[in-house]
Design a protein around this ligand. Structure first.
Ligand code: 13P
Length: 250
């Protein structure tokens, strides 16, 4: 069976609650495509208003991060149960910005992935290489290592239901998109890694997104690749362009 495409916006640290509601309203008619899963991953404080604002539409909501503990003295953190109770279904885990600025390690991210599943949240697990790594020719080795480390003790059934986003760090927010061939090569390698860890059926079922300067112009070609099952969109998710990506041309 063909995998259903999943187009997710990662709003990052943008949109106050009132701006968030206005953006959902602006995008409402533009993101209406029943053939595609559409997700808005939003700042924690926007989850409640955005869940409310997307009611009755095809859009689901995700968090951009969460903590690994159930509750307690972790000032400033967001518990998985809070995200679930607020009505979100997805959570981004291991975005390169969190790895870099907040020093999140693969060991820690593995705990987050397991915790997300414990609470019935679908992880969107991010991986990606730096420019130095690409130039040194170690991209595929690095990505395999990230995936294997982050998926320790994740069952095949869980892996089959999750989303992995390949986001080359050098392509994020730079306007520099990976070429279609570069993006497909890595997404294919991720699927092969899943096959190696689990089996063919899990690899066929898991959805792999490309992220990094995906926009209204380059989305059709990227989304036409056999191993690219969607996009994780930063900048363009805050604009009407996001509707064009959701309605990519086959
Ligand atoms: P841009 O689309 O702004 O390059 O961001 C990509 C990204 O980091 C999505 O998670």
């Amino acid at each position: 069976m063909a995998r259903r495409k999943i187009i997710a916006g990662n709003w990052k640290m943008n949109m106050t609650p009132s701006e968030a509601k206005a953006l959902v309203e602006t995008l409402k008619d533009l993101v209406n495509n029943p053939e595609v899963d559409v997700v808005y991953c939003v700042p924690a404080i926007d989850i409640v208003p955005v869940v409310e604002a997307v009611k009755g539409t095809n859009v689901e909501v995700g968090a951009e991060n969460m903590y690994i503990e159930e509750k307690g003295a972790y000032t400033g953190e967001i518990a998985p149960a809070m995200i679930v109770d607020a009505g979100a279904k997805y959570v981004i885990i291991g975005h390169s910005e969190r790895r870099e600025y907040f020093k999140e390690t693969d060991e820690f991210l593995n705990k987050k992935v397991l915790k997300a599943f414990e609470h019935g949240l679908t992880p969107i697990l991010c991986c990606g290489e730096s420019l130095e790594q690409r130039e040194a020719g170690v991209t595929l080795d690095w990505i395999r290592l990230q995936i294997k480390s982050d998926l320790q003790n994740v069952t095949a059934e869980q892996a089959a239901s999750m989303v992995i986003a390949y986001e080359p760090i050098w392509a994020i927010g730079t306007g520099k998109t990976a070429t279609t061939e570069q993006a497909e090569e890595v997404c294919k390698a991720i699927r092969e890694t899943i096959c190696e860890i689990y089996d063919e059926a899990t690899a066929e079922s898991i959805r792999i997104q490309y992220g990094g300067s995906m926009n209204a112009k380059n989305c059709d070609e990227l989304l036409a690749q056999p191993d690219i099952d969607g996009g994780l969109i930063g900048g363009a998710s805050l604009k009407p362009d996001f509707g064009r990506i959701v309605n990519y041309v086959k």
